[in-house]
Each structure stands twice: as C-alpha cells, then as structure tokens.
Design a protein. Structure first.
Length: 220
C-alpha cells in the first residue's frame, strides 16, 4: 500500500528527492557524529556547518520529516524493504512532487540510505518504547460548573449548589481516538495535583540519574 506523505512534509520530501548524492552522504555522515538526542532542532544546529547546501530551515524540516517517517515505520512494524517500497509508491502518487517514473531507481537507492541511519533507528525505537502501551494519552480538559440543589418543590429557589469539575481525557486505542469523563470535586483536584507534582519530581530525579550515568535521554 502506498505510503501517504503528510502534507506538512511535502516540501521536506521534495528537498530530499532533489538532494545531490554528495549532500546525502554529508548528511548521513554528519548524523553519525552527533550525540543521541530526540531534539531535532539541536541536531540541526550541530550539523548545519557539515550540510551547508541546506539552509537551517530546510535542514530542520528534513530532520523532522525523517524522524517522523522512522517512527511511523517503527510503530507499524512493517519490514524495512516493504516500507521503502510503499514509501517510494507514495512519492510517485503525490501530485505535488511530480515524480518522473525514470527517477524511481535513483530515488529508491537514495531513500534506502536515508531510511537506514543508525541515529534515527535508535531514536525511533526509543520513542516507540516510551509510548508502548494499550492506550496513548492525547489531550485533556477540565470543565467546571455549578449545579443547583433544589428542594421538594422544583419551582422554588434552589436550597444551595455544588461545584463540580469534569475531567475529559482523550486517548488513542487501536488506532482510534476515544475519550472518557470523570467527575471531580475540590479534594479530588488537590489529590490529582499532588499526584502530578510527585510524578514531575520523579521525572526530574530520573533525568538527573541519566545525566550522572552519561546515558543518553532519548525521550521527550
């Protein structure tokens, strides 16, 4: 099945498709020298001088696109040869790229190299491991409201009111976006805040441990 090139990555893919082999080699060689990090902007700054034909903006876009393709391949579990074939089919199907059929062999050879860089192989595996779970967090929202409490006569003025907070948690499961709602009161909010603060404190300690042991932090 042809890989659908994301619209936001079309320009970066066009840059890669037109990139001379010498620049491709320089890019791959430069990426082998940088410390492992998931911050593609930081990677771009480190190797900008080694890939001078590309502007900083082009380099950042190219790295972001490549990182995304690696992660999609890693998450899908598709064998690399199959993904490469589907990727090239996707290039040919993208009307914005206008790929000439005679260019397919050269493009295949080029992207075979670009999609087999050790740095991004490691980063994509790390990202998959970080997000390996039955459900993946997407977004959250808390809606607060006042609920009046009526007495026996609904036509009379409310006797009082309660304040409620509804937590809407969005997540992905099995490729689908889902959500569920949980009602919270003030005490629940305080406890929830404490739990988050505790998790943030543990995150800081663990990141400090990675730094002390000189183990690369490959997550976000």
């Amino acid at each position: 099945m042809p890989f659908q090139i994301p619209k936001d990555d079309i320009e970066a893919v066009r840059t890669l498709a037109r990139m001379p082999n010498a620049t491709v080699g320089a890019l791959i060689a430069a990426l082998k020298t940088v410390p492992l990090t998931a911050d593609t902007d930081e990677i771009a700054k480190r190797i900008a001088d080694q890939v001078s034909p590309l502007t900083p903006k082009q380099l950042e876009a190219v790295l972001d696109a490549l990182y995304g393709f690696y992660f999609i391949r890693e998450l899908s579990g598709v064998p690399r040869p199959t993904f490469l074939r589907d990727f090239i089919d996707g290039l040919c199907d993208a009307p914005e790229l206008k790929i000439d059929k005679t260019e397919i062999p050269k493009l295949t050879a080029k992207f075979e190299k670009l999609l087999n860089i050790d740095t991004f192989n490691a980063l994509s595996k790390a990202k998959r491991l970080q997000r390996d779970g039955e459900r993946l967090y997407c977004d959250a929202k808390i809606v607060s409201d006042i609920r009046p409490v009526f007495g026996s006569k609904p036509t009379s003025r409310p006797a009082g009111a309660v304040i409620t907070h509804s937590l809407k948690l969005g997540y992905h499961e099995g490729g689908e976006h889902k959500e569920f709602h949980v009602v919270l009161d003030r005490i629940d909010l305080d406890r929830f805040s404490d739990i988050v603060e505790r998790a943030q404190a543990k995150d800081r300690v663990l990141r400090g441990l990675l730094k002390e042991t000189q183990l690369a932090d490959l997550g976000v």
